[in-house]
Design a protein around this ligand. Structure first.
Ligand code: G
Ligand code: MN
Length: 263
């Protein structure tokens, strides 16, 4: 498996070429991890996750792929590739018997930089038209780290407002890995806060912080998603503190469309 920290420069450029070729030949694929409503124990969404197994390098983690494309200034191209792949699966996903169309979302990870490019948004809207997408089903996930780093947060905040006005939803992803900057909730308007799994693994104190985050988020009308719940205890904790949704190995690993069909 290719991890971030053991890549040297030579490896990097070979791996990047391998990845470019994989995109050209469409060798990457999507898996979908279900999200559950903790009150009704039902699936209310899926997160689309990119997967690629290279003949040469084995499993290449999506964050490694994203980092390389970011370095090459090709993040938006990767985002658009992923979006198209998810849109290709859109009809199949919405037609699964476990889907309640009144309350279902498909989350897609994109970079905040992409959202700040008007050409990117234009391309996304064209893809939506091409694939007959109803915007309300799509959630754009942007990581907290990226939002925190942003000098142009105001611009991003405006662009988030624009996509939400078009009916899309927006999530802050991996909340807690960075600075857990709650004032972000003041600066940008989002629909979901996805709380990083690191909060589930630590002390009593962390659990109280987790509870506080959920309370603040809920009082602002932002739905909370607990990520990385691997055990029954994690799930009970999330439910007890009033977290809305939950995503993690305890309920389900990311699955291919064929595996989801059997749900
Ligand atoms: O950062 P983001 O939430 O987009 O990343 C989701 C990643 O976390 C995926 O690669 C997925 O396979 C992984 N993941 C999903 N659920 C769990 C879990 O319960 N435990 C761990 N360790 N990883 C998980
Ligand atoms: Mn995510």
């Amino acid at each position: 498996m290719v991890k971030k920290d053991n890549l040297v420069t030579d490896d990097k450029s070979f791996l990047f070429n391998d990845l470019m070729l994989a995109i050209k030949k469409d060798l990457m694929y999507m898996v979908y991890q279900p999200q559950y409503d903790l009150k009704i124990n039902k699936i209310v969404g899926v997160e689309a996750l990119l997967r690629y197994t290279s003949k040469e390098y084995g499993v290449v983690r999506p964050d490694v792929i994203a980092d390389l494309f970011q370095e090459e200034g090709l993040m938006s191209a990767l985002d658009l590739y992923v979006i198209r792949k998810v849109f290709e699966d859109y009809e199949t996903l919405l037609n699964f018997s476990f889907v309640n169309r009144d309350n279902f979302t498909i989350s897609i990870n994109i970079s905040g930089n992409s959202l700040n490019k008007s050409l990117f948004l234009e391309k996304v809207l064209n893809l939506c038209e091409e694939y007959n997408i109803e915007n309300k089903y799509i959630v754009w996930e942007i990581t907290e780290r990226e939002l925190y780093d942003k000098e142009d947060l105001l611009e991003l905040s405006n662009n988030i407002d624009i996509v939400r006005e078009k009916g899309f939803k927006v999530a802050i992803d991996d909340f807690g890995v960075g600075s857990s900057n709650l004032s972000l909730l003041n600066e940008i308007n989002v629909d979901f806060l996805k709380i990083d799994r690191c909060f589930l693994k630590k002390s009593d104190k962390t659990k109280r912080i987790l509870k506080g985050i959920v309370q603040i988020s809920s009082s602002l009308g932002v739905l909370t998603v607990g990520e990385g719940a691997e055990t029954k205890e994690h799930t009970i904790l999330l439910k007890d503190i009033g977290c809305d949704y939950c995503q993690g190995y305890y309920f389900s690993r990311p699955k291919s469309l064929i595996e989801l069909e059997e749900y």
